[in-house]
Every structure is written in C-alpha cells, then in structure tokens.
Design a protein around this ligand. Structure first.
Ligand code: SAH
Length: 400
C-alpha cells in the first residue's frame, strides 16, 4: 500500500465504521468520521482512510453537510477529474440506449446510481435539464457540463438546482441556462404513443415525472371503459395515458391552476380535448370527502401525492396522510375497480406503504388484492448497495 502523507487531504474513519464503505455505499456521514487531514475545501477530492490508514476510496468533501463525503471511486489508481467524468457520462448514456420503450425523454444520469453522486440530468428531446445537488459536482461543474455537451450535443443545458437539499451542502439554489440557446417555453416530448408539453424552467423537478413512464403505460393498459379519477394530476401524465387506453372519462384534481392548464394543453396535443374530461382545482383531501357525500364512484382511482415524508423522521405523520387518501379512495371505488396508489417518500419503505394501504382498505370495509407492484422507470436504476435510490413504490389494488 502506498504511504499517505499527513498533508494529503483525507478523511479518517472512526474504528469499525468502514463497513458501509466496503459494501460500496457512496455516503460517509459526519458521525463516522474521526478526523480530517489537510485542509480540503467545498467539493475537493479526499482520500477515505480507515483508522489504520488503509485506503478505502476517493470522495468529494462537503464540510457542512451531514453527508460529509460522497465516494467517487473505490479504486486508488483512479484520478478524479475530467477523464473519469467523461467515461461515466458516456457509460450512463450507453446503458439507457439499451432500455426498451420508445420516446425522446429520459433520465440520462441518476446521481449515485451512475457513479456521479449528486448529479441528475434529464433529456427532453434536444434539451437537457440538470440538477446539481452535491458539493463535489458543483466543484467540477464546468468539466462535467463540458463532457455532457460533448457526449449529447444538445441544443441547451438548463439548470434546475432550485431544491432545498442544496442548502444542506452549503450551496445556494440556482437556475438558468448553462450552455446553448434558451429552450422554448414548452418543449414537446414523445413517450410511446403519448405526447407531452414540458415546462423546463418552472415545471416540477426538471419539468416532468419521467420516473412514472412505465406506470403511465401500465395505466393505459388498465383504463379501458373506466371512469378515472386522477388525484394529484400535475400536467395530466396519467390522464392522457388513461384516455388513450380507452377510459370513458377522466377527472383531474390538483391544487395548481398552472398544472391543470398545462394538462389541458396536453389533452389538445393528443387530440383528446373532445373527450369527457373534468378539471378540479381543489385539495384532494377535501375533494374525496365531497365526492363521497355526492355518492360518486370510479372504476380507477390514481393517487400520486407529493412526498409526505422526505426522511424516516416524518414517517408517522406521513403515514396518516397516506392512510387518509387511500381510505377515501377505497370508499369511492366501484366493485371490480382498481386503485393505483403511489408513495415517493424516501422515509416510507414498500413494506410500510403496503401496510398503510391494507389498513386503509380494512377501515373502508373493502377487500382486494394487489395485482401489480410498481416502481420507478429503469432509467432511474437502484444502486444495489444504495437503497436510498429507490424511492418510488406503488400498488395496483383491485377491489372486490
Ligand atoms: N401524478 C403526477 C405527478 C404528481 S406531483 C404525474 O405523474 O405527472 C404532485 C402534484 O400534487 C402536484 O402537481 C401538486 O400541485 C399537487 N398537490 C399537492 N398537494 C395537493 C393537494 N393537497 N391536493 C391536490 N393537489 C395537490
């Protein structure tokens, strides 16, 4: 083993805390670190050393974050710099090219799962949208965006680092054009038979919920002849799919007037504007109760709420929110109908979510079976040793 001098930037772990690193988990929490050598700045590369001085990995250092370092590589011979970024970006894109599914919108880089901790890049046709969520990516942003430009040759790279988690890294929120010419107000994308307009500048996340792609197709396959209630509809991703799949009518509920307006444009884009569509600018929690009072009923209800529990400390409170909407949805389903229910909360795992849904059905006096388990699309792959990357879980429950 090479000798590591005292002055080379390094983090030294507390005794016995090397296990997650050896298991290739990419995060080092501040509590596992015994000391820091040298004087690494925000995003600088450091060696990760065991108490005994054994090399464990190269990481980017983030002095203020609980996630004090994120591992770039477990190979000592690797140099952290432009060559590494170029090859990782190329590899990420190549992996996606082999995935099934037609369309021109996809996630091309999914952070830790693709060996680029804290970098998200979504492709919408000729445009890329990026989120920089870690000090390490911020430190190398010019080289990384240069490499992305070279690999994809997009018309634009637009930044949407307007997310709270940047603060935890000691970074300000940031948005704007990084490279190329300004993207249009709305970018049109294709996904199998469906077309959508995406607002790259102001839309949620990077503009659209690419993680739900396969689930849109799943809903399309189940919707024939049904009255569909699309709760937390955003821009109508699921509603377009349901109507293309032969839904008799759809009702979209969202508190955002802008989201519903964009949903209307998406209907027109898919030649669906003449179909039976209701838009309700309303709170789902309240609206489901009102619908029950009116004795409405549906053949398919979709629940895709925002994240109620970002971390496990919010889990109990979030569980009450999930239980509530699932319970009221079960009460509104026709016999033989299906509930398509999601949680994107990192703080609630699949087993817990299943229990919440089961409890909701019991309380609603409904019995049913899970006929499909749903996940995030495969361009959002789960790192085998990084379970935090798997956040989206869902069930299709058919009621009796
Ligand atoms: N199903 C959508 C994504 C949903 S994101 C898709 O596949 O594209 C969550 C949405 O819920 C957002 O559009 C947000 O405006 C909306 N929302 C948040 N809280 C709400 C509430 N209490 N009632 C209705 N809509 C709500």
């Amino acid at each position: 083993m090479k000798k590591v001098t005292e002055s080379q930037p390094a983090v030294v772990l507390k005794p016995g805390r090397e296990k997650p690193v050896l298991r290739r988990h990419p995060w080092l929490f501040s509590g596992a670190i015994d000391g820091v050598r040298g004087d690494p700045g925000l995003g600088d590369s450091v060696r990760v050393l065991s108490t005994g001085g054994e090399f464990l990995g190269w990481a980017s250092y983030s002095p203020k974050s609980q996630i004090r370092a994120r591992i770039w590589s477990w190979e000592e011979k690797e140099t952290i710099g432009p060559d590494l970024f170029r090859s990782r970006i190329k590899a990420s894109i190549a992996k996606r090219e082999k995935l099934p599914g037609e369309g021109n919108a996809r996630r091309i880089i999914y952070g830790e799962s693709d060996g680029l901790p804290g970098l998200i890049v979504d492709q919408y046709g000729e445009h890329l949208v990026a989120q920089v969520l870690s000090a390490g990516i911020e430190r190398w942003r010019e080289q990384i965006f240069g490499a992305l430009d070279h690999a994809v040759n997009p018309r634009s790279i637009y930044e949407r680092s307007d997310v709270e988690v940047r603060k935890l890294e000691g970074l300000e929120e940031q948005t704007g054009l990084i490279l190329g010419s300004s993207p249009p107000e709305l970018v049109e994308v294709e996904e199998s038979s469906r077309r959508y307009l995406v607002d790259l500048r102001r839309g949620h996340k990077t503009g659209f919920y690419l993680d739900q792609r396969n689930n849109r197709t799943g809903i399309q396959d189940l919707a024939e002849g049904k009255e569909v209630l699309d709760c937390f509809s955003y821009s109508g991703g699921f509603s377009v799919a349901a109507l293309q799949g032969g839904a008799r009518e759809v009702t979209l509920i969202d508190t955002s007037a802008d989201a519903l307006e964009l949903a209307g444009k998406n209907m027109a884009l898919n030649d669906l504007a003449g179909r039976e569509i209701n838009y309700l600018e309303s709170d789902v929690f309240a609206e489901l109760r009102t619908m029950r009072d009116r004795a409405n009923s549906y053949g398919m209800i979709i629940l895709d709420p925002p994240k109620f529990a970002p971390t496990s400390s919010h889990a109990q409170r979030a569980a009450r929110g999930y239980k509530d909407i699932n319970l009221w949805a079960f009460k509104l389903l026709k016999p033989g109908g299906v509930l398509v229910t999601f949680s994107c909360s990192g703080g609630i795992d699949r087993a817990f979510f299943q229990k919440i849904v089961a409890d909701a059905a019991l309380d609603a006096g409904v019995s049913g079976q899970i006929i499909h388990q749903l996940w995030q699309a495969p361009d959002h792959p789960l790192g085998l040793n990084y379970p935090e990357s798997g956040y989206l879980k869902g069930f299709v429950v058919r009621v009796e």
